[in-house]
Design a binder for this molecule. Structure first.
Ligand SMILES: NC(=O)c1ccc[n+]([C@@H]2O[C@H](COP(=O)([O-])OP(=O)(O)OC[C@H]3O[C@@H](n4cnc5c(N)ncnc54)[C@H](O)[C@@H]3O)[C@@H](O)[C@H]2O)c1
Length: 382
């Protein structure tokens, strides 16, 4: 490898987890996949997985595999060069299917890869989740690396080993714990992100700030202009704080028996909104940010937090353009939207029985998991 990271750290997994560590490496400047993966002689079989939106951002890398114009490559496409295979899939949540996971497995199988091969996802959370899941299954598990290209995957999705895909219109219904060996982060990828995807990533950034980082909360409050104009230096700082916070939480609670569940702040409401709106209709981060607003409402209704705390958090959400309405516009015309949300919350993976588990905050330093009744949920959706 010809390039040096500007920062790096290790996420160590517990001894009994069956996994060793993830190296998380940060780079500056334009993405340089050619130096990272193609500059040295390679004897290992590697399967690179990306999507039709990302291929045009890495034309040097793609041109190693094909003469086709990266803007026009149709999905799914498979290209082979030497020991390497490139698999290009469709872009976005609607492609996060078991069929596409199997497409990745098939690409490796048809290339006659053995257990020593490496899978590499170059893309957002959809691709890292699917490629990680495919890697966990192929020959009972092969190495996987991620090159995240969205803010959401930089700060959250690529880190921690949760992989999977949607199933029968339910989010992330099937999957496996299977962490990447390495994660290579270029914050410059974020410059080309569509605004809605950037805002989606900010939803998870706000969540991390509220849960773990007064420093990040302060950056969000005082440097909104720089954040929104995607200032490289500020982005690098934000990504580093979030990646380290997520890694620390995963290190302390790999199998989500305790504090890792806090990362689901806003998610029980958020996943329900994604399901009711129709997967892909609202971005994950926007749904999570709306869910945080509802969780704050629950905390306030139950007299668990002060109005001052709830209002301060809600005003950050509002300032960054997140929906703080009880029922978002996108589902207002759906008949019985409130009941559909409640029903989807019961189907969330974390729930069983008559109650719904939610993460609430008393203050920025005090987060906890609790069960709530349907009538309490309905109250904050009014
Ligand atoms: N595994 C986890 O711990 C975890 C955590 C949070 C979210 N997730 C999952 O992550 C997924 C969302 O991830 P996401 O927001 O990255 O979505 P995504 O992967 O669908 O990417 C969003 C869109 O942006 C495009 N894109 C990606 N990088 C780009 C770039 N640099 N420039 C221009 N366009 C680019 C993609 O092609 C896609 O159309 C959800 O499925 C969610 O369930 C997983």
């Amino acid at each position: 490898m010809n390039i040096s990271p500007i920062d790096n750290f290790e996420l160590l997994f517990p001894d009994n987890s069956g996994f060793d560590k993830t190296d998380i490496l940060f780079y500056s400047g334009k993405n340089d996949l050619c130096s990272l993966y193609l500059s040295a002689e390679n004897k290992r079989n590697r399967l690179f997985v990306t999507d039709t939106n990302i291929a045009p951002l890495c034309t040097d890398f793609i041109s190693h595999f094909t003469d086709e114009n990266a803007d026009n490559i149709k999905a799914p496409s498979i290209f082979k060069k030497g020991n390497d295979t490139l698999c290009i899939l469709g872009a976005g949540e609607k492609y996060k299917t078991i069929e596409n996971v199997l497409e990745i497995v098939r690409a490796a199988l048809n290339s006659n890869f053995n257990r020593n091969c490496l899978f590499v996802a170059i893309g957002g959370g959809v691709l890292s989740d699917m490629t990680g899941f495919a890697a966990s299954m192929f020959k009972r598990g092969v190495d996987v690396e991620f090159v995240p290209t969205t803010l959401l995957s930089d700060v959250d999705a690529s880190i921690g080993g949760k992989t999977g895909c949607d199933f029968d219109s339910y989010k992330n219904m099937i999957g496996a714990f299977y962490p990447a060996k390495k994660i290579h982060i270029w914050s410059s990828f974020i410059q080309s992100l569509p605004q809605n995807e950037f805002i989606s990533g900010l939803g998870e950034v706000v969540k991390t700030a509220f849960l773990f980082s007064p420093e990040l909360t302060e950056i969000l409050k005082t440097q909104k202009e720089k954040v929104m104009s995607r200032n490289e230096e500020v982005l690098q700082k934000i990504i580093t704080i979030c990646a380290k916070a997520k890694a620390k939480t995963v290190h302390e609670d790999f199998k989500e028996k305790g504090i890792r569940a806090y990362l689901n702040y806003g998610h029980t409401f958020g996943h329900a909104l994604e399901t009711v709106a129709g997967l892909g209709k609202i971005s994950h981060g926007e749904a999570v940010a709306w869910g945080i607003g509802r969780a704050l409402g629950l905390s306030l209704d139950k007299n668990l937090c002060s109005a001052e705390f709830a209002n301060e958090c809600k005003s950050i959400l509002f300032d960054y353009g997140f929906c703080t309405d009880p029922l978002p516009q996108i589902i207002k015309d759906i008949p019985n939207a409130t009941l559909a949300l409640v029903s989807a919350m019961h189907k969330d993976k974390k729930n069983s029985g008559s109650c719904v588990k939610v993460i609430l905050q008393k203050t920025g330093q005090s987060t906890f998991i609790t069960e709530v009744q349907d009538n309490e949920i309905i109250e904050v959706l009014k």
